[in-house]
Ligand binder design. Structure first.
Ligand code: GDP
Length: 321
């Protein structure tokens, strides 16, 4: 089946599936929207961690062990900064730093993050389109027992240790989604919207918190299919499970189904969760969802598209949302 696939993604977990999609789709058929709720200004630089994780992953430059940054990175800048007594809690490798220097220069010169990201991905040889969710400022904040924390302070500086009670997406209400996102959603030939197995609260919700995105998703003609980031009663990595517990939710794919209810037509869950109960209006697709190898990523991407294409052929789904 032809038509574009729109993927909504955070960083590492989302980028795994995005890589699978990129490997099985023609370049023109994949549009990836990155969360920018994690973006921040640090040491004078405009840093977009999820955009960069996606760029590095699709360019084959990502560090597979660390899970962030670039492989074969050197750390001279950090070492020199440390010696001078500078702030080193957020690690910036030398090659990674070039990305932030260049992005910051171009933002200061008046370019949009959408335009800059599109140019940088082409320079890195990434053929699929990658765009930030918005060119406006949206900032995820976590209200915790240690006070209200900016995302990177919570995630990197405080190692997600504070206990969260609520999340807020400052600026999302009034943010204009990237034209790349709105154009894809209004495309009559859109094949599928894929919500990647990213952290639903920290990576996907900032995108969905923009009212225009929810509206466009509700109107879009393509099936919307999410992949659960939970396998059994655990997250594969990161603070997703810890956050779910702190927000009073059971750690399970059933919670993910309830969370996305009204937005999605189908949820892909792991074989471990085959017996779970799902709301009647969400079709469950059962597949191995742990992506360890490149083949795992491609196989899951293929399964997601097969499910989406099957749903497109079912007239009933149009009335669900
Ligand atoms: P971050 O922005 O780097 O935190 O990355 P994301 O939000 O995109 O992804 C984090 C989520 O990815 C976590 O909830 C993990 O459970 C999930 N995740 C990571 N690897 C996998 C995997 O192989 N399979 C599935 N189903 N989920 C994964």
């Amino acid at each position: 089946m032809k038509g574009q696939v729109l993927a909504l993604s955070g960083g590492v977990g989302g980028a795994k599936l995005v890589l699978g999609l990129a490997r099985i789709l023609d370049a023109d058929d994949l549009v990836v929207i990155a969360n920018t709720g994690d973006d921040f200004r640090h040491l004078g630089f405009d840093i977009s961690p999820d955009v960069d994780t996606l760029l590095y992953t699709l360019a084959g430059l990502a560090d597979p062990l660390q899970g962030w940054g670039r492989h074969d990175e050197t750390w001279n800048f950090m070492a020199a900064l440390e010696r001078l007594g500078g702030e080193t809690w957020f690690r910036l490798g030398d090659a990674d730093l070039a990305m932030h220097v260049e992005r910051t220069r171009r933002i200061a010169a008046g370019e949009t993050l959408t335009a800059i990201t599109d140019d940088l991905r082409q320079r890195l040889g990434v053929t699929a389109r990658i765009a930030p969710m918005t060119d406006d400022m949206v900032r995820t904040q976590i209200v915790t027992d240690a006070g209200r924390l900016d995302f990177q302070t919570y995630f990197v500086r405080r190692h997600c240790k504070p206990v969260a009670s609520c999340l807020q997406y400052l600026g999302a209400e009034s943010a204009t989604p990237s034209p790349v996102l709105l154009d894809a959603l209004s495309d009559a030939h859109l094949r599928a919207v894929v919500i990647c197995p990213s952290n639903p609260y920290l990576s996907i919700e900032p995108i969905l918190a923009m009212p225009a995105v929810r509206k466009a998703l509700a109107l879009c003609s393509a099936p919307v299919i999410a992949v659960s980031p939970i396998i059994g009663n655990q997250a594969v990595k990161g603070p997703t499970a810890k956050l779910m517990k702190e927000l009073g939710q059971e750690v399970s794919s059933a919670t993910i189904a309830r969370h996305y209810r009204g937005l999605i037509d189908a949820l892909v869950v792991d074989v471990q969760d085959a017996q779970m109960a799902a709301p009647a209006d969400i079709e469950l697709v059962v597949e191995p969802t742990l992506m360890l190898t490149l083949e795992d990523r491609e196989r899951l991407a293929r399964a997601v598209l097969v499910a989406a294409d099957r749903m497109s052929a079912t007239p009933k789904r149009a009335s669900v949302r």
